[in-house]
Ligand binder design. Structure first.
Ligand SMILES: Nc1ncnc2c1ncn2[C@@H]1O[C@H](COP(=O)(O)OP(=O)(O)O)[C@@H](O)[C@H]1O
Ligand SMILES: [Mg+2]
Length: 211
């Protein structure tokens, strides 16, 4: 993988040493993510067409929620490249936790409840509206990093801002079913504190999340 020179230089400055160990981390419809390791640490670089919105949201969320530290936004080979410092932890769905699925679902609900309870005064993103809260915008398991179940990193906040809590609830229901199959939505919704829903309503909610 070729990195724009400015990205390599900034990554090396952040992680130390003279060479970067590059490890492919993730590919989605939107872009590609690499983990870059140096002598004294690691950073992530995300390549996609437009990352200015994610950059601004990540910066605004810093100090309010555990988001990665942004090291810079660069342009090269026709794309944006966003460099962030590696956050410790593994996705909440990582088998290394040794958690049963219902426990993952409940923790996912508790973490979301806390995110939605965050003070969003002055938030310049999203839409103010009745019942609107600070939403993550893509509340899927790979974007929720934990150490021993404690939240250490919210990743991928390009869609964060004021919004309907049901948008994140829909993503949560969707990601649980995608990872584990149906049947965990109630654990998740109960832990969040959402009023009981019928199976049909839960399925409607799940389908609200479309990628
Ligand atoms: N700063 C970071 N620290 C730790 N892990 C990260 C960091 N940035 C990205 N990752 C990992 O890479 C994955 C993909 O990054 P993400 O921004 O979610 O890309 P996408 O928008 O394609 O989903 C994340 O789910 C996470 O596991
Ligand atoms: Mg992601």
């Amino acid at each position: 993988m070729r990195l724009p020179a400015a990205v390599s230089a900034a990554a090396l400055a952040a992680v130390g040493g003279t060479t970067l160990q590059k490890e492919f981390a993730w590919m989605s419809w939107a872009g590609t993510v690499w983990r870059l390791e140096g002598e004294s640490g690691a950073v992530y670089v995300k390549r996609a067409a437009h990352l200015g919105g994610e950059l601004e949201r990540t910066k605004w969320l810093a100090g309010r929620l555990p988001v990665p530290e942004v090291l810079g936004l660069f342009h090269g080979f026709g794309d944006d490249w966003m460099l962030t410092r590696a956050v410790p932890g593994v996705p909440l769905s990582d088998p290394s936790l040794g958690w049963e699925q219902a426990r993952v679902a409940r923790r996912l609900g508790e973490i979301l409840r806390d995110i939605h309870a965050t003070d969003a005064t002055g938030c310049p993103f999203g839409e103010r509206g009745i019942g609107h809260v600070l939403t993550h915008g893509d509340y899927c398991l790979p974007n929720i990093l934990v150490v021993d179940g404690r939240l250490t990193g919210l990743i991928d906040v390009g869609g964060a801002g004021l919004g309907d809590p049901q948008d994140d609830l829909a993503a949560g229901v969707w990601t649980l079913q995608y990872n584990y199959g149906a049947g965990l939505a109630r654990e998740f919704l109960d832990a969040y504190g959402w009023p009981p829903m019928s199976d049909r309503a839960i399925e409607r909610l799940r389908r609200r999340y479309s990628r």
